[in-house]
Design a binder for this molecule. Structure first.
Ligand SMILES: O=P(O)(O)OC[C@H]1O[C@H](OP(=O)(O)O)[C@H](O)[C@@H]1O
Ligand SMILES: O=c1cc[nH]c(=O)[nH]1
Length: 506
């Protein structure tokens, strides 16, 4: 064991990493990417080694933000380090890379090492990539889901619990802040947790964070569901299926979401809150995770089967995802649009129809509405203002940010309009290009960043009319987003010249 003095490094690296002076590293026989145990006052964490000749002096240890926070150290504190072995789960990840089926114990070991932060970002990314390419069968998926639940806390409610989740993949998918309060206003209990953005520019947790505190404890979730009927929180803040957020963390930069990981991620969150019944949204269409009906059916049947294995009755809703839901993309803009819908303002048809379809299915599952009558009941609850009231109760119970109406939502202070180069009808709206532009503008981390679509598919535009507006919290990111927008042209107009390719001579 070597005792070293802490030098905090104010950089987030997305995992537990340290820097050693090369002489200290040599003394312990360590090389870059090796692993050490770092110990201080009974707290022991595994970290990945980086080596420096001059940045870190002999006797010092450079500690990046994540490990500094976990070990609760400040500059000058001392920690002890010792080399440690690579965990067995790295071999199991390799087994999946070679296309072999994993056992229940091997999967449990991988998930446990993810939760205990024993895997480096490279190993974790390899795991996600291996499942994306090799896939998992239903047994492996069930074991993975159960391992994700068993390595965290769970909540037992004394009543029947309902839940709803989307596999995501379509921009602007703000159905949850509308559907959940509708169902809760009708008396259903919904402890909804969400992930942050994976492939989109705003996950439900990102947009809810604009309006309220989404970092609740298990006890807070239990109390708020008891008192007001529902929560809309971030799963990563609470120890419910804690592996999920760590996996999402590497999926986000890769922009990938493997089929069996989607199943396990969604269902582990539902099982951890003790859901008995749930509705699953499967957005389908070009440039989503589900390009066609065949894939949608496969998702639906796999989710229903996994639900059965876990004791959750699940109904799937295949919804249209070929262009954004509503007109807003990005955390604050989506939060504002969801509130506008709850306030009964005129918002896009696609948003109201989707949210009330899903809420209606929940009402039918809960026997509050007769089969086939749920959607009308959901629309009535929305129109009556009861869903808005319920939503305000939820966000105030979670922790008010002083936002009571849509006008209060702070959006990006820099904006740029993108104009139509000609007259015509919008023939293509590219989900992927819009997400890329919104992410370049800063979403989801910069909450005010995103896009408002002035035009959607089949709508007419005049030459020079605003097609969409890009918002950002910083001028530099706005300029970058405008550059990308001009290159990607996310909205195509019928008859528009798509690209001009010059001859070699030009
Ligand atoms: O679209 P992308 O970013 O891939 O998917 C991530 C989103 O999908 C799920 O939706 P919800 O919580 O049911 O709304 C997740 O919780 C997250 O909000
Ligand atoms: O919660 C979710 C939604 C989509 N994909 C995931 O991996 N998790």
């Amino acid at each position: 064991m070597l005792e070293l003095k802490v030098k905090r490094i104010d950089i987030e690296v997305g995992g537990f990493e340290i820097i050693l002076n090369e002489e200290d590293a040599k003394e312990l026989g360590l090389h870059p990417q090796d692993r050490v145990k770092v110990a201080r006052r009974g707290l022991i964490t595994t970290a990945i080694v980086n080596i420096s000749e001059s940045m870190i002096k002999r006797g010092e240890i450079g500690m990046f933000i994540e490990i500094s926070e976990k070990m609760n150290v400040k500059n000058g504190d001392t920690v002890k380090i010792a080399p440690t072995m690579r965990p067995m789960s790295v071999d199991y990840i390799k087994k999946k890379i070679y296309g072999e089926k994993l056992t229940k114990d091997e999967i449990y070991e991988i998930i446990k090492d993810i939760v205990d932060d024993n895997l480096s970002t490279i190993e974790l990314a390899s795991y996600v990539t291996a499942i994306q390419i090799r896939g998992m069968d239903m047994d492996e998926t069930e074991w993975m889901t159960k391992a994700m639940v068993d390595t965290g806390e769970t909540i037992d409610f004394e009543y029947t619990v309902f839940d709803v989740h989307s596999i995501g993949g379509v921009p602007g998918n703000k159905y949850a802040p509308i559907a959940v309060p509708i169902a809760a206003a009708a008396g259903l209990k919904i402890p909804k947790t969400s992930s942050r953005a994976i492939s989109s520019a705003a996950g439900t947790a990102d947009l809810m964070e604009v309006l309220t505190n989404v970092r609740l404890s298990v006890n807070d979730i239990r109390r708020i569901v008891d008192e007001v009927g529902a929560t809309l929180t971030w799963g990563g803040a609470v120890n419910l299926a804690p592996a999920d957020d760590k996996i999402v963390h590497v999926e986000y930069p890769l922009g990938i979401d493997p089929h069996s990981q989607v199943l396990a991620s969604v269902m582990a969150k539902k099982k951890a809150v003790g859901a008995n019944f749930m509705v699953l949204d499967i957005p389908m269409g070009p440039e989503t995770k589900v390009p066609d009906e065949k894939t949608a059916r496969k998702y639906a049947m796999d989710f229903i089967e996994l639900g059965e294995r876990l004791g959750i009755t699940l109904e799937a809703a295949v919804t249209y995802g070929g262009q954004p839901i509503g007109r807003a993309i990005g955390p604050a803009l989506e939060a504002r649009e969801a509130m506008q819908a709850l306030e009964g303002r005129r918002v896009s048809h696609s948003l109201i129809e989707k949210a009330t379809d899903i809420a209606g299915m929940l009402l039918e599952l809960g026997n509050i509405a007769e089969r086939g009558e749920g959607k009308d009941m959901a629309k009535d609850i929305l129109k009556s203002g009861k869903a808005r009231e319920k939503f305000l109760e939820i966000i105030n119970a979670q922790g008010s940010r002083g936002i009571e109406k849509s006008e209060d939502v702070p959006i990006g202070k820099y904006k740029a309009d993108i104009h139509s180069p000609e007259e015509g009808y919008i023939s293509i709206v590219s989900n992927k290009a819009l997400v890329k532009i919104a992410r370049t503008a800063g979403a989801p981390k910069d909450k005010g960043a995103g896009i408002i679509l002035n035009k959607k598919k089949s709508e007419k535009t005049d030459k020079g009319e605003v097609l969409y507006t890009i918002y950002a919290d910083s001028k530099a990111k706005l300029d970058e987003a405008v550059k990308i927008a001009k290159m990607l042209k996310p909205l195509k107009i019928e008859g528009m010249l798509l690209e001009r390719i010059p001859s070699y001579k030009a």
